[in-house]
Design a protein around this ligand. Structure first.
Ligand SMILES: Cc1cc2nc3c(=O)[nH]c(=O)nc-3n(C[C@H](O)[C@H](O)[C@H](O)COP(=O)(O)O)c2cc1C
Length: 222
């Protein structure tokens, strides 16, 4: 099993780093080959540049994007670890998917080019319920993940939320780390497609494949 971990946090003292340092050995202990992408440490260029967008037509990717695409193809599962900022993922994580899953590599208007992959995402929040539910923060993540991962063909989209992280006690944090391991254990314990997707992505792709719905297309001039 090949697992690509995409880690998006700038601070080594974060709880996200604690999650990273916990789940990587846990997945390796179950036999996974794990590659970690620490987007800040690798200085991933989070700007969509003209040449990046042109690649939808030219299929010529920058060396940086090409390397990430190779690793995405290598992976059976992607694990993401990040904090929630303003109800969403950090912009530089979104930029990774914008650039790497771009039309022609990931997105293709007909259900996606990255079939039979899975994503397992762990998110930390500063706030707690009922605020998070009332502010639609879980829904926001789920809509976003549905629009990214089901549109490129992923079969499973699994999410795990950790609330109130900055004020969590040591005991609560220890429990969160146990839950983080249980969450990634699903990569081994649940079959491809068993978790399924969130939102309407799967239905939309089915309608497109059956010719009942046309995906909007984007024309880019060379
Ligand atoms: C720019 C910014 C925006 C934030 N927005 C939210 C938010 O919308 N909802 C929330 O629950 N916490 C928010 N937070 C708090 C972080 O999510 C929280 O501190 C973090 O998840 C704690 O985990 P960490 O130690 O891994 O950073 C925000 C923090 C920052 C820096």
């Amino acid at each position: 099993m090949n697992i690509l971990v995409i880690y998006a946090h700038p601070y080594d003292g974060s709880f996200c780093k604690g999650i990273l340092d916990t789940v990587v050995p846990a997945m390796e202990a179950r036999g996974a080959n794990v590659k970690v992408k620490d987007l800040v440490k690798m200085n991933f260029d989070a700007t969509m540049r003209p040449e990046d967008l042109k690649a939808t037509v030219t299929k010529t990717y920058t060396a940086e994007v090409q390397q990430e695409q190779k690793d995405v193809l290598w992976a059976d599962a992607i694990v993401t670890i990040c904090p929630i900022w303003f109800g969403s993922v950090p912009g530089f994580l979104k930029a990774y998917f914008d650039k790497v899953f771009i039309t022609g590599f990931g997105y293709d208007y007909t259900g996606g080019l990255l079939q039979n992959k899975r994503v397992f995402s762990l998110f930390t929040f500063g706030s707690k319920d009922p605020y998070l539910t009332l502010a639609n923060q879980y829904k926001g993540i789920e809509y976003l993940w549905d629009n990214i991962f089901s549109m490129v063909g992923f079969k499973d989209i699994a999410v795990k939320y950790f609330q109130g992280v900055p004020r969590a006690t040591d005991q609560e944090r220890a429990q969160y780390l146990v839950e983080a391991i249980e969450f990634v254990d699903q990569i081994y314990d649940k079959k491809l497609g068993e978790i399924g997707q969130i939102g309407a992505g799967e239905l939309l792709v089915k309608l497109v494949i059956e010719g009942k719905l046309v995906m909007p297309t984007v024309q880019i001039e060379e």
